[in-house]
Design a protein around this ligand. Structure first.
Ligand code: AMP
Length: 425
């Protein structure tokens, strides 16, 4: 994504994604899009933790006890100075933090202050597994890097524009309002980035395009984007709704939960574990990686065949639904691990739709895609694309746009805040 430049701010952004026992990080050049260094701290709080730091093409690994997130981040900063690039010369203009749930509260990225921290904390009941560790990462990073602005970028923010009809569950609205039960959508940073980059790649204004974005990774979601504004998405209150995923069920009759509780004696936690970690491709075929699924299908494995069929059927239902939501679709884009790499899934997802002006060209579709590419034939009114997502770059750009808007360090003379940076939030 080196050709798309959104800002000329000189400097780098440290992007941090803090999980319950892990910290993923990347030092990003928000102009060129380059990942200068990256790494992962894992098994925080366990007997032996691991940190892997990649810089200049080589990866350094350390195995040692990492007591908490603060210790983890201190190790990361130490490795920057030891292995490179030295923090003093990296010119970090902002730290960008990925936060999963911004609820109804956050319509875009926000500069971190104590009030923002409090508001993210208040949203924890909606994302009990994600927001608290995200917040821990923010707090330790603020302590260790107190002189740079910190910006939070929410997975939900791009879907703040969902029309009420798309965001509302048809349940007693007293209960819904009291407990924040509505559809929020997730993977928003990716859907926003990809829909913006699609427009750039095609040399079109995002305002003029109706798009379907299929983010197919281990987690998977679809979105309908009209003129750069999200109008539908497949994930809901949590990232469990919608498509069949690596280990998540996606849509099911809500009565399945009631049935299992009443008749299988399963607890809420057991059902949570079943639907989030033992379902999807994993639940159907015992494997959550499509490379394994395809290998098993080749060997004649009936469960893997069924998993592929169920996955594709659900995906096609969503594409059909979003055709109806949008009326006219200019572009359908595949992204993320499966979307970028799996030509079989891409071909099956849109097979037989020629009467609707949608087709995938076998030759153009073949193989893994590292760059944006059109995979539809020239005659179709709807273009089909593969466009690699880059959530870290998207977070870095949003962080820069946020500090520039706040008049903080990093502003320079030629700033061009583009749609993919923060324009839709
Ligand atoms: P993500 O969550 O975006 O990193 O996507 C991870 C998923 O992408 C894996 O679980 C695989 O199903 C899929 N994937 C990655 N590489 C390939 C590949 N070469 N061919 C098919 N699927 C792939």
């Amino acid at each position: 994504m080196t050709s798309t430049q959104h800002t000329t701010t000189r400097g780098t952004v440290l992007v941090v994604n803090s999980g319950s026992s892990s910290i993923k990080y990347q030092l990003v050049d928000p102009v060129g899009g380059e990942a200068i260094a990256s790494g992962l701290v894992e098994r925080i709080g366990e007997d032996v933790g691991t940190i892997k730091h990649t810089y200049a093409g080589s990866t350094t690994q350390r195995d040692e006890p990492i007591a908490d997130h603060g210790a983890g981040l201190r190790l990361v900063l130490g490795l920057f100075d030891e292995i490179g690039p030295e923090l003093a010369s990296a010119h970090i203009v902002a730290v960008g933090h990925r936060v999963v749930h911004g609820g109804s509260d956050f319509a875009g990225p926000a500069l971190v202050d104590d009030d923002v921290v409090r508001r993210i904390d208040a949203l924890s009941p909606l994302a009990p597994l994600h927001n608290p560790p995200n917040l821990t990462g923010i707090q330790v990073a603020r302590e260790l890097l107190p002189d740079v602005p910190h910006v939070v970028v929410f997975d939900t923010a791009f879907f703040h524009t969902l029309p009420d009809a798309a965001a509302t569950y048809a349940i007693d609205q007293g209960v819904a309002t009291a407990y924040g039960v509505r559809r929020y959508g997730f993977h928003g940073t990716s859907h926003q980035f990809v829909s913006g980059e699609v427009a750039r790649f095609l040399g079109r204004r995002v305002e003029d395009l109706n798009q379907i974005v299929l983010h197919l990774g281990n987690g998977a979601s679809a979105s309908a984007v009209r003129g750069g504004v999200a109008v539908e998405t497949s994930m809901g209150l949590t990232p469990l709704e919608g498509l069949v995923m690596g280990t998540r069920s996606g849509d099911l009759d809500p009565a399945v939960l009631i049935h299992l509780q009443r008749n299988a004696g399963m607890s809420v936690d057991e059902i949570d574990d079943l639907l989030n970690r033992r379902s999807g491709l994993k639940g159907l075929a015992g494997e959550n990686d499509f490379r394994e699924i395809h290998r098993l299908v080749e060997e004649g494995d009936a469960s893997a065949r069924r998993a592929l069929d169920v996955y594709i059927h659900r995906l096609r239902k969503y594409v059909g639904a979003y055709l109806a939501v949008l009326g006219r679709v200019d572009v359908i884009t595949f992204t993320a691990g499966v979307g970028e790499n799996d030509d079989i899934v891409r071909a099956l997802a849109l097979a037989g739709l020629e009467p609707l002006g949608i087709a995938v060209d076998a030759e153009r579709n073949a193989g893994r895609k590292k760059q944006p590419v059109v995979i539809s034939p020239d005659w179709t009114p709807t273009k089909v694309l593969v466009l690699p997502t880059n959530e870290e770059l998207a977070i870095a750009r949003q962080a820069v746009a946020t500090i520039e808007a706040a008049g903080l360090e990093g502003t320079s003379e030629e700033t061009d805040p583009a749609p993919a940076a923060a324009g839709h939030a």
